[in-house]
Write a protein that binds this ligand. Structure first.
Ligand SMILES: CC(C)(COP(=O)(O)OP(=O)(O)OC[C@H]1O[C@@H](n2cnc3c(N)ncnc32)[C@H](O)[C@@H]1OP(=O)(O)O)[C@@H](O)C(=O)NCCC(=O)NCCS
Length: 428
C-alpha cells in the first residue's frame, strides 16, 4: 500500500480492556485514527453497557454502539488459566493496553504494571481511575461523581439553586480524550526511546482541568468581587467561586435570552455575547442608540454593574424573533451568538452529516443508527466510521491474524475455555 494512503495510527495495535464510557471513548478515538482496537470482553457478558438503557430487546444498546465503533471484539476469561496465557500473548502482540476497571482489578487478574512491562517493554499501559493517589484512590467513580469532585457541579447552576451536573460527559468522555492524548504522546516518546510507559488519568483531574477558569476565579475572589458574575453588584460573594448561571466564563459578558416561541419550545433561546468591539452595533439593533455614549454604558467596565439590565433589553428584542432570525441578524454584525440547538435539530442538521460529525452506520442486529463521528478532522487520513462489533464477533479472526494461529490451534483455544462458550457469546 502507498504509505500516503495510511491512516495516522495504522500499525498501532490496542488491547482494549475498557468498559462503560471513559475508556471506550479513548479507544474509539484511536480506532477512528486507524489503530487496530481489540476489545477484550468477559465471555457471555461483555461490556455492561451492551445491555444498559436498551431500546430494542436483545440488541446491543445505543450506549454501547455509539462508544465502540471501529473496534474488533474478542471474548476472553482473564480469570481462567488458559485465558491468562492467551492474555499474555495478546500483551506481547500489542502496542497499547487501555483499561478503566476499578482500582486494582488488573493487578488482581495477575497483570500488574511491572509484569506487563516485563512481558512487553514497548507496551504503553493506559488507565482511567476516578481519583489519583490520595485518600480516595480506591473509590469507584462514575460520570457525575467526577463532575461533583472535579469542581464542575459547584460552579454550575444558578446562585439560588443547588449544584448541577451538566449533560456534557466531561468526566467520562472528557477523561477519555485526555487519555488518548497521553497515549499518542507516549507513542511519540516510544519512537525516540524504544520504551513504553504508564499513562494514567484521573477523572477528578480531567474535570478540574476543564474547569480551569473556575480555579482562576477562585484566586481572583481574593482581590474583590467577580464583576462579570450575576451576583455583582447586588449579591454576596462567599469564600468559593460561586455558580454563575449562564454568565460567560470569559472576559466578554454573555447570557441566554428568550426568543420567539419560548413559551412552548424549551429550546427557543439564544446565547448572546456583548463583545466590546461590537457594542455600537448591539445598541442599534436593540434600539438603544443612546447607550453608545451614555457614561453608564459606553465602556466595558461601566457596563458591568448593568449587565442584567442590558440583557433584559436584548431579550426584549430577541423575543420578537426566532433564534435563527436573531442569528441571521447578529452574525453579519460580528456579534457572537449561538442558538440553543436541541438534539433533534443536531441529528437532522445537514452540515454535520456532510462533515462526518454525525454519521449513520448499519448494524447487523440493530439496523441503521446515528453516531457522533470523529470531531477531529485529519486532512491526510480522514476517519472512516464503522459500526460496533457484536460480542466476540472477531475471536477466530484475532487469534489468526494477531497471534498467527492455525485452525487447529484456534479450536484448542476454544476447547480450553479461555474464550467462553462458542456461539452462545456471539449470539447474546
Ligand atoms: C466504572 C466502575 C465503577 C464499574 O465498576 P464495576 O462494574 O463494579 O466493575 P469493576 O471495574 O469493579 O470490574 C469488574 C470485575 O470484572 C472482572 N472482569 C472484567 N473483565 C473480565 C474478563 N474479561 N474476564 C474475567 N473477569 C473480568 C474484573 O476483573 C473485576 O473483577 P474483581 O473485582 O474480582 O477484580 C469501575 O470500573 C471504575 O471505577 N472504573 C474506574 C473509573 C472509571 O472509568 N469510571 C467511569 C466509567 S464510564
Amino acid at each position: 500500500m502507498d504509505k500516503r494512503d495510511m491512516k495516522a495510527l495504522e500499525g498501532v495495535r490496542v488491547l482494549d480492556m475498557t468498559h462503560v464510557q471513559s475508556g471506550p471513548t479513548c479507544t474509539q478515538l484511536l480506532g477512528w485514527f486507524g489503530a487496530d482496537v481489540i476489545k477484550v470482553e468477559r465471555p457471555g457478558v461483555g461490556d455492561a453497557t451492551r445491555g444498559q438503557l436498551r431500546d430494542l430487546p436483545g440488541v446491543d444498546s445505543l450506549y454501547f454502539t455509539m462508544l465502540n465503533g471501529n473496534k474488533r471484539s474478542i471474548t476472553l476469561d482473564t480469570k481462567n488459566e488458559a485465558g491468562k496465557a492467551l492474555f499474555k500473548k495478546l500483551i506481547e502482540a500489542c502496542d497499547v493496553m487501555v483499561e478503566n476497571f476499578a482500582p486494582g482489578a488488573i493487578d488482581r487478574m495477575g497483570f500488574p504494571w511491572e509484569k506487563i512491562q516485563e512481558i512487553n517493554p514497548r507496551m504503553i499501559y493506559a488507565s482511567v481511575k476516578g481519583f489519583g493517589p490520595g485518600p480516595y484512590e480506591d473509590c469507584k467513580v462514575y460520570e457525575n461523581v467526577a463532575q461533583c469532585t472535579g469542581g464542575s457541579a459547584s460552579t454550575t447552576g444558578f446562585d439560588d439553586g443547588p449544584p448541577l451536573v451538566t449533560g456534557a460527559q466531561i468526566g467520562d468522555s472528557g477523561t477519555g480524550l485526555h487519555l488518548a492524548f497521553g497515549i499518542v504522546t507516549a507513542l511519540f516518546h516510544r519512537e525516540k526511546t524504544g520504551r513504553g510507559q504508564r499513562v494514567t488519568c484521573a477523572m477528578q483531574d480531567s474535570v478540574l482541568n476543564l474547569c480551569r477558569v473556575k480555579l482562576r476565579d477562585q484566586q481572583r475572589l481574593a482581590h474583590g468581587p467577580l464583576k462579570e458574575y450575576p451576583q455583582y453588584p447586588h449579591g454576596e460573594f462567599g469564600e468559593a467561586t460561586p455558580r454563575s448561571g449562564n454568565a460567560s466564563g470569559g472576559g466578554q459578558p454573555g447570557w441566554i435570552v428568550k426568543c420567539k416561541g419560548w413559551e412552548t419550545d424549551p429550546n427557543a433561546y439564544i446565547y448572546v455575547i456583548t463583545q466590546a468591539a461590537v457594542w455600537p452595533q448591539i445598541c442599534d439593533v436593540i434600539d438603544r442608540p443612546e447607550w453608545k455614549t451614555d457614561p453608564d454604558y459606553a465602556t466595558p467596565d461601566a457596563r458591568l454593574p448593568h449587565l442584567a439590565r442590558i440583557f433584559e433589553a436584548i431579550e426584549a428584542w430577541t423575543r420578537t424573533k426566532t433564534k435563527f432570525e436573531v442569528m441571521d441578524t447578529l452574525n453579519p454584525l460580528n456579534v457572537p451568538c449561538g442558538p440553543i440547538l436541541s438534539m433533534k435539530e443536531l441529528a437532522e442538521e445537514p452540515s454535520l452529516r456532510a462533515t462526518g460529525t454525525v454519521v449513520e452506520v448499519d448494524h447487523p442486529t440493530r439496523g441503521k443508527y446515528l453516531t457522533v463521528g470523529n470531531p477531529v478532522k485529519l486532512s491526510a487520513s480522514p476517519a472512516d466510521v464503522q459500526r460496533s462489533p457484536l460480542l466476540g464477533e472477531h475471536c477466530d479472526e484475532i487469534l489468526k491474524d494477531v497471534l498467527g494461529y492455525g485452525d487447529d490451534e484456534v479450536q484448542d483455544v476454544w476447547t480450553s475455555g479461555a474464550l467462553g462458550q462458542p456461539n452462545v457469546d456471539a449470539a447474546e
